[in-house]
Design a protein around this ligand. Structure first.
Ligand code: FAD
Length: 494
């Protein structure tokens, strides 16, 4: 007999709700706990998981396996080719191990919910208990509604309600205990499970040697690294977060998104750690940097709530259905220029090169390049959403889809479509000295002063041309007018 915890994107032992419950169940029943991870290459393909993200996950599994082994808990990694076979394979393993209980944290995306529903149904027929647990959001989806009983579609009132709900239910911020050790006899009983190797990445998701080296140096994996980064950020930077968070040349944000997305750190732990440095226990009081950081973490919860209530956003549909009829340009050359960081708009190009180099992009720049793609280039926002997922190490469906929806004005955002970022003004405001641009666009390194933001428009065209930097591929003013007309036409025809 045994109890199983199925790891997904919750790759940590500390403050893991389902793992903690599984461990308690096993202890009370006097049976061992087995940890399972199902590796489905078809899932990676279907969800456009980037090779950097797969590599991070595999490295994390290595850390997890070592940590669990110290507690005599085996971690078994099961490769399953076809994702529709996942529930069946989990049940086969449960039967093979004589396990009667399966614990797992819920993933809210449509494919995952369908998979879980199938598993719960089939397990029930076989007398196996499945315990799906809310873990990834601080406030589980479904808890917050407006006075009229509806789901919030606007962040600010939702956030006030989120704060209120946490203050009234402080147990939401209580951390779960790490799993306790298995009886040492587990080693002999399940010897083959302890021998399980962490597999290589599937062919379609493998990194080149150079990429692996780069990503591994940039993003050390596992929960201990997450805790180190969190500690350092809360020690050194969170107080100034409000001032620095919009400046891409300043390392003023936490860089923890990869850990939240992989589940190597829980947002509860992050919020508690920040709150404990504040002079008040309230999440909306005291140090402004801390408050602001907590409110950004809340965006992650908000978007997951949106996903649960409007699941059609998982099916390539815009949150606002009336924006379904916009005639996008689908200009391949424009898309390629955007993707390669060759648009002639330095801030856009710097950001896109940061993405492909690091697997990460600064939030301000994510907004700038998303607005540029959907408005200035009038390209279908889903092309950009897809490219992001294929390259981000922190790719998370809800945050990415909703971030794109927001920037392209088709998502959860009360602002109408005529909010169009001017890339030049964004550049001047958020990268005033051009430091970020010079770092990522070395062709422009020698250009000084304000010309860095628009070399061809500000007298540095010859230098830029000689260095091989392209001219702007569109004129912002004209592109803006074209976008406004296309959006209006699309909505009117809906
Ligand atoms: P910090 O500023 O330190 O913030 C702390 C945490 O709060 C982040 O790690 C993240 O979990 C959360 N957070 C902050 N801002 C947002 C936000 N706007 N939306 C949702 N959560 C937020 N974030 C992802 O984790 N995965 C994505 O795939 C993703 N795609 C995005 C696409 C677009 C077009 C946009 C505009 C934003 C996207 N974001 C995404 C949100 C945000 O850009 C990143 O979370 C942030 O840049 C990560 O850096 P950080 O950890 O240093 O953030």
């Amino acid at each position: 007999n045994a109890v199983v915890h199925w790891f997904k994107w919750d790759l940590r032992t500390s403050d893991n709700r389902a793992l903690c419950l599984a461990s308690e169940k096993a202890r009370k029943a006097g049976v061992p706990l087995i940890a399972l991870y199902v590796l489905s290459p078809q899932d990676f393909d279907a969800h456009l998981t980037s090779p950097a993200r797969v590599d991070f996950m595999l490295r994390t599994l290595g850390v997890l396996k070592t940590d669990l082994a110290k507690l005599d808990i085996p971690l078994w990694v099961e490769p399953v080719d076809k994702r529709r076979d996942v529930p069946g394979r989990v049940m086969e393993l449960m039967a093979k191990w004589g396990a009667s209980h399966l614990f797992a944290n819920v993933e809210y995306e449509v494919d995952e919910l369908r998979r879980e529903a199938k598993l719960v149904r089939e397990c029930a027929e076989k007398g196996i208990a499945v315990e799906p647990v809310h873990d990834t959001c601080i406030v589980p989806p479904g808890q917050l509604t407006t006075n009229a009983g509806k789901q919030y579609a606007v962040y600010s009132p939702w956030f006030r309600s989120w704060i209120r709900h946490i203050h009234e239910n402080l147990e939401l911020l209580e951390l779960s205990d790490p799993p306790g050790p298995n009886p040492t006899s587990t080693r002999a009983l399940f010897a083959t499970l302890f021998d399980c190797d962490i597999p290589q990445a599937p062919e379609s998701k493998s990194l080149s040697v150079e990429e692996a080296k780069r990503f591994r140096a940039l993003w050390p994996a596992g929960e201990h690294e997450a805790m180190k980064r969190l500690g350092k950020f809360c020690e050194e930077d969170v107080g100034n977060y409000g001032n620095n968070r919009n400046l891409p040349s300043v390392p003023g944000t936490s860089n923890l998104s990869v850990h939240f997305a992989s589940g190597t750190l829980s947002t509860r732990t992050a919020v508690r750690t920040a709150r404990d440095r504040n002079k008040t226990k309230r999440l909306d009081g005291g140090n402004e940097g801390i408050q602001k950081w907590i409110s950004e973490i809340a965006w992650r919860d908000f978007y997951k709530h949106v996903l649960v209530h409007w699941p059609y956003i998982c099916m390539n549909k815009p949150f606002k259905p009336e924006y379904s009829n916009i005639e996008w340009s689908y200009n391949k050359e424009h898309f390629d220029a955007w993707a390669r960081g060759r648009t002639g708009f330095p801030i856009v190009d710097a950001a896109m090169r940061q993405l492909t180099n690091m697997g990460w992009m600064h939030n301000r720049c994510r907004m700038v390049v998303a607005s540029f793609l959907s408005k200035d280039l009038l390209l279908d926002w889903r092309m950009g959403e897809r490219f992001f997922m294929e390259h981000l190490i922190d790719g998370d469906f809800a945050s990415n889809n909703c971030g794109w929806g927001f920037a392209a004005s088709v998502g959860v955002d009360p602002q109408p479509y005529f909010r169009i970022f001017n890339p030049l003004l964004q550049s001047e405001k958020f990268d005033p000295d051009g430091e970020y641009i010079r770092k990522w666009v070395p062709e422009l390194k020698g250009i000084e002063g304000k010309a860095i933001h628009d070399p061809y428009g500000r007298g540095a065209g010859d230098r830029a041309r000689k260095a091989g930097y392209p001219k702007p591929i569109v004129d912002h003013k004209g592109a803006r007018a074209r976008a406004l007309a296309a959006y209006k036409k699309g909505i009117d025809s809906g």
